[in-house]
Ligand binder design. Structure first.
Ligand SMILES: Cc1ncc(COP(=O)(O)O)c(C=O)c1O
Length: 376
């Protein structure tokens, strides 16, 4: 532990708690990102990002963009869709809804199938829809809907893509590297994520794993965005080894370190650590009397949506401030009909952190006269 860096526990769904070694990896001699050395670093990272989801290098390639998760969502939605075919967006949370807003912004032909937020997508209904709507050419979905912590089946999604030969777009922003994804078993054409969630790096870099065959077809589509044109960025990086625009240099050095640490831990073990931690927290909170939004079988295993206390002495702000003063950041909910708050169990969290979190919940409940009185 570096004595100079105070340890904080982030339970917001990214940026996540990072190791000190990842933090320190940002401190490097100044370097121009046009240097060969930096180009080699980017090339290695682009390959390693494929390995994390078992994507074969012959079939897939990675494109990086300086920007947050929404930037890469916007890049894919605006670059991949032609005017001739319609994009079908499967929505069961705020991030599916965000893809709809992006499609609207770029006047992309789209339709939605919306499911209750907190309920899984009904793929047999999606299939019936596809059978009678032959204009659909693309389907977009969020893997882990961070709004609630629900996981949507990539197996069913990939199956539909194969069967109907539609281009598949997956927002895996909050699941990539935290929930195992295997593109050999479940092929998907475009997958977006970022450097700052389950990969445990710093915020500032978004990336897209792209099916190479599909990306070449994008040549026919007029770019709707200059900066975020996926095709132009791909062509440039494959020809020159460089980004068209200034990349977040130090974030990329930290990402190198974060990927090295991920490879040491392994994605399956990381998922197990997150999931074990979440189960510990779930049990601890349940014993204190808290109720949860989702049925356990729908949960991603890495984020909890908790029903907010109804007792009059409760306020989320007070609870937030109590935890924040104790080095822990908790996060509000995003639902309209249900009052929830969220705890994302991602990042460099160990058992002792979870013990501290449960202990602080107990102290907060006692201090706020909520102990054994949460939902009265
Ligand atoms: C599933 C999902 N998609 C997209 C985003 C947007 O990412 P950003 O806030 O980095 O733009 C988030 C952020 O939490 C997310 O969880």
């Amino acid at each position: 532990m570096n004595k100079d860096i105070e340890r904080k526990i982030l339970l917001n769904p990214g940026p996540a708690t990072t190791t000190d070694t990842v933090k320190m990896a940002q401190v490097i001699p100044d370097i121009c990102p046009r240097e060969k050395e930096f180009g080699e670093l980017m090339a290695e990272i682009r390959k390693d990002l494929l390995k994390i989801v078992n994507a074969n290098q012959e079939k897939y390639s990675t494109v990086l963009f300086g920007g947050s998760g929404t930037a890469v969502m916007e890049s894919v939605v605006s670059s991949v869709t032609s005017k001739e075919k319609t994009l079908l967006i499967l929505i069961n949370g705020a991030y599916g809804d965000r893809m709809k807003k992006i499609a609207e912004t770029y006047s992309i032909p789209y339709r939605i199938l919306e499911y209750e937020w907190g309920k899984t997508i009904n793929f047999s209904k999606v299939e019936s829809y596809l059978k009678s709507n032959l204009d659909i050419g693309y389907i977009a979905m969020v893997h882990h809907e961070t709004t609630t912590g629900i996981i949507n089946s990539i197996e069913s999604f990939s199956e539909l893509g194969k069967k109907y030969e539609h281009t598949l777009i997956l927002d895996a922003i909050s699941s990539y590297a935290g929930v195992p994804i295997d593109l050999e078993k479940t092929p998907i054409d475009f997958i977006m994520s970022t450097s700052n969630k389950c990969i445990q790096g710093m915020p500032g870099l978004g990336f897209i794993i792209c099916n190479k065959k599909k990306i070449y077809n994008l040549k026919k589509i007029q770019p709707r965005s200059f900066y975020l044109s996926l095709y132009d960025e791909y062509i440039n990086v494959t020809k020159t080894g460089q980004s068209r625009f200034t990349p977040p240099v130090q974030v990329i050095y930290a990402l190198r370190k974060a990927i090295d640490e991920l490879f040491v831990e392994g994605v399956k073990n990381r998922y197990k650590r997150y999931h074990d931690n979440m189960n510990f927290l779930r049990k601890g909170l349940k014993d204190l009397g808290f109720k949860f939004l989702l049925k356990e079988e729908c949960e991603s295993g890495i984020l909890l949506s908790i029903i907010e206390p109804t007792a009059s002495s409760y306020s989320f702000e007070k609870m937030h401030d109590y935890f924040y003063e104790n080095g822990i950041t908790i996060y509000p909910g995003k639902l309209i009909n249900n009052n929830t708050f969220r705890l994302a169990i991602i990042g460099d969290l160990q058992k002792k952190d979870l013990q501290k979190i449960v202990m602080e919940f107990k102290s907060f409940l006692i201090k706020s006269s909520l102990y054994e009185n949460i939902y009265s």
